[in-house]
Design a protein around this ligand. Structure first.
Ligand SMILES: Nc1ncnc2c1ncn2[C@@H]1O[C@H](COP(=O)(O)OP(=O)(O)OP(=O)(O)O)[C@@H](O)[C@H]1O
Ligand SMILES: [Mg+2]
Length: 260
């Protein structure tokens, strides 16, 4: 696969021929993925296939041994999470990275202190009123209803926390959002709400990359699916063409005779 870098094609984030080794473990081998603006791409694969490693490379946590990364059509080199954030890429971590004792408003600005002073600091210290208004607008934009913006996050339900973490990523990103297992800890109803939220995020014209083991649900909200098998990207298809048995077969044994 080769990455199309023309702006018309709208690449939000992409990786081309990326490899990464940890000691003797080849976590990624010549793996490629593209996420366009307005698109949800599901990344799946068996345990240890390299999904989190791929996400961490796109986030700037790990540096690939070889291969190229693109954000907003441009080739980039990422040295840190801050680099990715500055280029408009934000992440919803599996543990959500929320501070339970802090309010909804404070959590919306958590982890973005540097950007905050850069982008919003033009007017001096950001007044609480402005933070509150910005939080309110960001939640409204995604139709997220929370009991109050001043309530500590520990008083929110699992689904409300997940929605808050997604809204925070949307508020700070311009290109793409990366999510590791966004519905893993949620019940059926809350998973459905978060899935719909992920679609709305893509409709706001961001690229969304979602790692998930929940294949039936992923097929309902992803536009495209990429499967990693032992570090290789072995399938990249529109979700509409795929079934759960297709995906499982690809995930567990890409080539006949090499199945586990
Ligand atoms: N920091 C690290 N140091 C050494 N080995 C690592 C490191 N991170 C990942 N690995 C190894 O790389 C391979 C891919 O791991 P990764 O966490 O990316 O898989 P995954 O697809 O996210 O799996 P899971 O579905 O279990 O979350 C595994 O063999 C793992 O043990
Ligand atoms: Mg993982």
């Amino acid at each position: 696969m080769s990455v199309d870098t023309t702006p018309q094609k709208g690449i939000a984030i992409a990786a081309e021929h990326v490899s990464k080794k940890f000691g003797h473990v080849q976590a990624l081998r010549d793996a490629s993925i593209q996420v366009r603006y307005g698109e949800v791409v599901g990344l799946c694969g068996d345990n240890g296939a390299g999904k989190s490693t791929f996400l961490r490379i796109l986030q700037g946590i790990y540096h690939p041994d070889s291969g190229r990364l693109y954000i907003d059509h441009h080739p980039v080199t990422l040295h840190s999470v801050r680099d990715a954030q500055r280029l408009g890429v934000d992440t919803v971590h599996q543990d959500l990275a929320l501070a339970p004792e802090l309010s909804v408003i404070d959590n919306m600005f958590l982890g973005h202190e540097t950007l905050r002073s850069g982008i919003l600091g033009r007017f001096g210290v950001l007044a609480h009123k402005e933070m509150s208004e910005k939080t309110d607008a960001a939640l409204r934009e995604l139709s997220i209803a929370l009991p109050s913006l001043t309530v500590p996050v520990r008083d929110l339900s699992g689904g409300q926390r997940q929605a808050l973490a997604v809204a925070r990523a949307v508020m700070w990103s311009r290109s793409a959002i990366l999510m590791d297992e966004p519905t893993a800890a949620l019940g059926a109803r809350q998973s459905e709400i978060v899935s719909q939220l992920i679609r709305r995020v893509a409709q706001s014209n961001l690229g969304v990359l979602v790692v998930s083991h929940d294949l039936p649900r992923l097929l309902t909200f992803a536009d495209r699916i990429v499967v990693l098998w032992r570090g290789e990207s072995v399938l990249d298809e529109p979700a509409a063409n795929l079934t759960v048995p297709d995906l499982v077969a690809t995930m567990v044994g890409y080539r006949s005779g090499e199945a586990i």
